[in-house]
Design a protein around this ligand. Structure first.
Ligand code: DPP
Ligand code: ZN
Length: 834
């Protein structure tokens, strides 16, 4: 496998100014004519191209015969004119047989493109790299009612359309969609008075489920103006929802392509969490217009330049739209579940990686979520005003360019005067730092001693201290006596605060840095923080600490039970926050904690402990659970905004506890449920109890044909079935007539669902591992990106006992030695076994 390295970066040999593309669409034989204007360059002309049939090529009208290979073609320098020249190539491609879902593909009568990272080379020969930016004009010919591409429509007639995008862009932002689609239209007037037409394109019949996405888009556009002073820059902004998509969505200039999961939502079909997802992904892709499109990446090692910043921006947007502390807790849950897990295993890599085999394998939680945390820390370190000034300078200095992480950090240094040389380590060093805090009271002072270390990760045995912004407070029995922000930059440092007596420290408030905190305090401290920390995040965190003492060790459940019951009855607290505090860490979260303590994870024991703490809480609450659940459940019309989702979350959490004893309570709730959030919440306890057969059949009958809901039907069964049955359930369901493994959403629903059922996936006999490996081998032949992503289910193998380790390694070896394994999956499996 050939390795691409950051240190080998060289600019492209020839500048490109314009690209004219003409598509004659045909499912099996699409012809693409590409006319590319190259400027004066040096050396050979090397163009990327994969699975293309080259029909003809000319330079300035004269036929040329390039040397073609598997990855592209070369025209020798001797055959190139001295001055600028025009390259014209005609290629033939087969979108119907393109099962990779990269490049141009044809599914269910739709032509769809996905070009990030390297899909454009499956459309035509081109220097397919983000630092080659050009102005595109596109003509589409095809017998379909809707023919879309980037930018503005400049002409159309029956069977053809022409588009022009005035903004220079890299090839990964090119898009084309064609087929029988319907649109929902709206408009937005920008702060400078430009009227922008907004269109969301969906299949006939789905127009009734676009309102929330449209509303979120307009709110995102307004927010970016208000918060960053950034305005949209075309007269048209379009979103297309498609059912066959490898990722969540794609920010192509002026024509975002979305997995329909992040567009279509109605109270009957989508849960509160789905509505949140629509809002944040719509915002994320829209925000890319400036952080990604106007300023793009020089090369793919810089991916976090656009992704980290854009995730941070969408997190802030969602925090402003709803409860900020609740959003922060949800972001941290996600960070820990994906990124801390990644950082702790064989796939750990820096936010800015230094090498890759297949770039698709680096669209990771580290690049995205940890990348966002780095921006958040920068803001924490320099302060909001300096952050705003830096962002202003970033857009002034780099608009229209393809940039690096160094460019970004230089902007911050220049705008704020902060020396960020040590901060760079956050981008280069993999692994999650461990932060410990010890406190003592001496002579009228509370002294906090902070220490940091970062464990070795693959290829990086030695780590250096990183700057860690630590927001802290001190609590006494009346409330907060002091607070502040401390920047820990050395391996060990102290903070001294004058206090009258010992206080309870509350550190890393708001999760001010992406580190693992170990708090060496007094036994009752977490209980104090849970009861009265002024920082909502740390109240939740204290509950989690107490729960993990029971779940990952042998702690006494009483402090957790007492603490969360007090929180439950605190009417002044946001119900959404109460629901989060009342929830247990997931079994994956518990396993992570056990591994952190250098103990072997026993998934069965984790499962048992998890169940018994749920049971203990159920006992403790008794009849209160249903009483409070009923009282707090919102009545009236469904709304995904405001207080209602939090009230539903709390009502449903309590229902899930109460229904452990009496499944009839869940049946009753199901009968009364009038939205998808409540229906799924009512179904869950029945599935867990293995008593949902009739309900699942009714659900299927009602939603047959509504793909996103049927995805839920599959996922809930494999993810919630009792551990000893879940694999059988999955094997039965994979023969269901609605199970189409070639559709990524459906595959992820069933297989991803089973993987998330940790005790089932990690069955001691290894049947879960064999089953997943069988699937990966099958899917890899069609859609390598999808298989490679899913293979990360094995990344935690070192956590388990020798028996399970061997069973997983056997499967990794079986995959590694399979004939024709993709570069994607080959790289993943290789790294996991190393
Ligand atoms: N660039 C996309 C996104 O993260 C992923 N393909 O929005
Ligand atoms: Zn993104």
């Amino acid at each position: 496998q050939s390795v691409i390295r950051l240190e080998d970066y060289k600019p492209f040999s020839h500048p490109v100014s314009t690209v004219h593309l003409t598509f004659h669409l045909d499912p099996e034989a699409t012809r693409v004519r590409a006319e590319i204007a190259f400027g004066v360059g040096t050396g050979d002309l090397r163009l990327d191209g994969v699975d293309l049939d080259l029909l003809s090529a000319t330079i300035d009208g004269v036929p040329v015969t390039p040397i073609c290979d598997e990855d592209g073609l070369t025209v020798a320098a001797a055959d190139l004119p001295d001055g600028p020249f025009t390259w014209v190539a005609e290629t033939r491609i087969d979108p119907a047989r393109n099962t990779t879902l990269e490049g141009l593909y044809h599914r269910r009568d739709l032509f769809i493109t996905q070009c990030e990272a390297e899909g454009f080379r499956r459309i035509t020969y081109f220097p397919d790299r983000p630092d080659v930016m050009a102005v595109y004009t596109v003509r589409i010919e095809g017998d379909m009612p809707v023919l879309l591409s980037n930018g503005d429509l400049t002409g159309s007639g029956p069977g053809w359309a022409e588009w022009h995008d005035p903004w220079r862009k890299p090839s990964y932002l090119f898009a084309l969609v064609a087929g029988d689609l319907r649109s929902v239209e709206d408009s937005f007037t920008t702060m400078s008075g430009r009227d922008v037409t907004l269109k969301i394109w969906v299949r006939d019949g789905d127009r009734g489920r676009c309102a929330y996405a449209m509303d979120a888009l307009k709110r995102a556009m307004k927010w970016d103006e208000d918060t960053y002073g950034l305005e949209y820059d075309l007269d048209l902004f379009q979103i297309v929802a498609v059912d066959d998509f490898n990722a969540g969505a794609m920010e192509n200039k002026g024509l975002n392509v979305f997995n329909s999961k992040y567009v279509l939502a109605s109270p009957e079909t989508a849960t509160d969490a789905d509505f949140d997802g629509v809002e944040s992904v719509i915002a994320h892709e829209y925000f890319h217009n400036w952080t990604g499109n106007r300023i793009t990446c020089r090369d793919w090692f810089q991916l976090s330049l656009k992704e980290g910043l854009t995730v941070f921006r969408d997190q802030c947007f969602s925090a402003d739209m709803r409860s900020a502390p609740v959003k922060r807790i949800e972001d941290v849950l996600r960070l820990r579940a994906g990124q801390f897990r990644e950082d702790a295993g064989p796939l750990a890599h820096p936010v800015r990686p230094e090498s890759y085999v297949e770039i698709n394998n680096f669209y990771t939680a580290t690049v995205y979520e940890k990348g966002a945390e780095l921006i958040r820390m920068l803001r924490e370190i320099v302060g909001q005003d300096a952050y705003d000034a830096a962002l202003k300078l970033y857009f002034e200095r780099h608009d229209g360019q393809a940039c690096t992480i160094e460019d970004w950090l230089s902007v911050f240094q220049d705008a704020t005067g902060h020396d960020l040389s040590q901060f760079r380590r956050w981008y280069h060093q993999a692994g999650t730092p461990r932060l410990t805090v010890e406190d003592r009271f001496e002579e009228g002072e509370t002294i906090l001693t902070f220490r940091q270390t970062t464990p070795p990760t693959p290829g990086q045995p030695d780590k250096q201290p990183v700057p860690i912004p630590i927001r802290w407070g001190l609590l006494d029995d009346k409330g907060e006596v002091a607070n502040g922000m401390f920047l820990l930059s050395e391996a060990e440092q102290e903070v001294r605060v004058k206090t009258a007596a010992r206080t309870v420290p509350s550190v890393l408030r708001g999760f001010s840095a992406p580190v693992i905190l170990e708090q060496k305090g007094q036994p009752g401290d977490a209980g104090v923080r849970l009861a009265r920390d002024t920082d909502a995040f740390n109240r939740w965190e204290a509950g989690r600490t107490l729960a993990l003492d029971v779940l990952a060790g042998d702690g006494d459940p009483a402090p957790w039970l007492d603490g969360v019951c007090a929180v439950l009855n605190d009417q002044t607290l946001d119900p959404a926050l109460r629901a989060l505090i009342l929830s247990l860490p997931t079994q994956e979260g518990i396993a992570q904690e056990i591994a952190l303590r250098d103990e072997t994870v026993d998934p069965d024991l984790v499962h048992v402990r998890h169940q018994s703490l749920e049971e203990a809480l159920t006992s403790r609450l008794g009849a209160d659970a249903m009483r409070i659940s009923r009282a707090i459940r919102p009545t009236g019309d469904y709304s995904p905004d405001g207080q209602a989702p939090g009230q539903r979350a709390l009502a449903n959490r309590l229902l899930s506890l109460a229904a452990r004893r009496e499944t009839d309570l869940a049946r009753e709730a199901l009968a009364q449920a009038s939205n998808m959030t409540d229906r799924l919440a009512a179904l869950a306890p029945l599935i867990r109890a293995g008593q949902a057969e009739a309900e699942l059949a009714a659900f299927h009958a009602e939603w047959s044909g509504t793909d996103l809901v049927i995805d839920k039907w599959f996922a809930m069964q494999t993810s919630l079935a009792p551990a000893h049955e879940a694999l059988d359930v999955a094997q039965r369901l994979q023969n269901h007539e609605d199970f189409t493994w070639t559709v990524p959403n459906r595959f992820r629903a069933l297989v991803g669902g089973l993987i998330s059922n940790t005790a089932a996936f990690h069955r001691a006999d290894g049947a879960g591992y064999v089953w997943l490996a069988d699937w990966l081998l099958k899917v890899d032949k069609r859609n390598p990106m999808l298989a490679a992503r899913m293979s990360a289910a094995f990344e935690t193998w070192r956590r388990y006992d020798e028996g399970r380790q061997k069973l997983i390694l056997d499967q990794l070896e079986r995959i590694a030695s399979a004939d024709g394994l993709s570069r994607d999956t080959g790289e993943m499996v290789g790294r996991m076994r190393a």
